[in-house]
Design a protein around this ligand. Structure first.
Ligand SMILES: Nc1ncnc2c1ncn2[C@@H]1O[C@H](COP(=O)(O)OP(=O)(O)OP(=O)(O)O)[C@@H](O)[C@H]1O
Ligand SMILES: [Mg+2]
Length: 343
């Protein structure tokens, strides 16, 4: 894999992002000062347990958050321009040609009353990739998009309604739609959750090959560390609205640092050994009344005073391996050592 981390300028730069939801009983403070950079051609996996805010984060990039969401702070720079401040026309231009998203549920993403061909052609016309009045050119492009996704007999598939396709085929149609238009960044939100294991593998390989061919960046959301390892140059581990650890995939897998990441790794069932995996005791904190300090503190085996007072910043432990945990705060460690030796 290309060592894309060495490239200087990110294509996407999310800075200190906060997102709240209006809910019964008050605001939910979900995304809590999240920062994330994606470099050209880089593949990133966003990993974390259910409800930690992965979908919320990526929906904010395309500005497709539900109505209850508010963004009180932060910026999302795409090629140096803040998506959150873009006018509708400018945002549409970016959505048409540059960014796209594959959703978790392909059945919900396709309209049941139109044929695949109609929906794919519609997107191609909307993105104005070919002259939209030239029906043959639009059709050729649509067929090509299906062929690129290894769809057998694309001409026939064009005439089919979504219900006439299998789950794996429907997801391929969604990938074809996303790839027909986007050229810079693909966001895939758990694209294989509803598919069986063999098809999962094929769909993931397809996403990887096609994004690599086009030199696109990828943000892949997944629950599975195994999928992250197979797909991504870099893994970002999310917990309760923040990225708690961010490093090259190999580094994070060989040497996880954050207590949450370590717990996550321990939760993977092993083939050797006779014990049932330990998992991480406890649950995500309440978003309506989140703790002021580290949001993992009440589940953390290493919790100590500063963790409860203030959210830890991200510490660079070398070679871009970032961890938001006071255990890796050099100053704090020095103070602790000094304190211990003075006692
Ligand atoms: N429309 C909404 N209104 C209120 N709260 C919401 C809304 N959408 C999401 N949330 C809350 O935001 C939090 C994060 O949700 P999100 O869907 O981003 O999590 P996720 O990491 O994608 O989870 P999963 O892995 O299950 O898809 C959850 O606690 C959820 O209840
Ligand atoms: Mg989600």
């Amino acid at each position: 894999m290309a060592d894309v981390l060495d490239q200087k300028k990110p294509i996407l730069d999310i800075k200190n992002l906060y997102i709240n939801y209006k809910a019964f009983g008050g605001l939910c403070y979900v995304i809590n000062g999240l920062s994330l950079q994606v470099f050209p051609g880089e593949k990133i996996a966003l990993v974390g347990e259910s409800g930690c805010g992965k979908t919320t984060t990526v929906k904010s990039i395309l500005r497709v958050l539900p109505r209850q969401a508010r963004i009180p702070g932060g910026s999302i720079l795409y090629n140096d321009q803040d998506i959150l401040k873009m006018k509708k026309s400018q945002l549409n231009r970016v959505r048409k040609r540059e960014l796209s998203m594959i959703f978790q549920d392909p059945t919900a993403a396709l309209n049941p009353v139109f044929t695949v061909g109609y929906q794919l052609s519609d997107i191609i016309k909307y993105a104005e990739i070919v002259d939209k009045r030239d029906r043959n050119a639009v059709k050729r492009k649509a067929v090509q998009a299906l062929k690129d996704c290894s769809m057998p007999d694309p001409e026939r598939i064009m005439e089919n309604y979504p219900f006439q396709l299998s789950g794996g085929m429907r997801q391929r149609v969604c990938i074809a739609m996303a790839l027909a238009t986007a050229s810079n960044l693909m966001i895939a939100d758990e694209p294989t959750t509803n598919l069986d294991v063999t098809i999962q593998d094929q769909v993931l390989k397809l996403i990887r090959e096609l994004t690599e061919e086009k030199g696109m960046s990828l943000i892949l959301i997944t629950h599975s560390i195994g999928v992250a390892r197979m797909m991504a140059d870099r893994i970002c581990v999310m917990y309760a609205g923040n990225i708690v650890e961010n490093a090259k995939s190999k580094k994070i897998l060989e040497n996880p640092l954050h207590p949450y990441t370590i717990g996550l790794m321990d939760s993977i069932p092993k083939l050797t050994g006779d014990s049932i995996f330990s998992g991480i005791p406890g649950t995500l904190p309440s978003y309506q009344n989140p703790p002021p300090g580290c949001r993992f503190s009440d589940r953390c085996p290493h919790v100590h005073a500063p963790c409860i007072e203030k959210y830890p910043p991200s510490f660079d432990t070398g070679d871009g391996h970032m961890v938001a945990c006071y255990l890796y705060d050099k100053e704090h460690l020095l103070l602790n050592k000094k304190g211990n030796s003075e006692q």
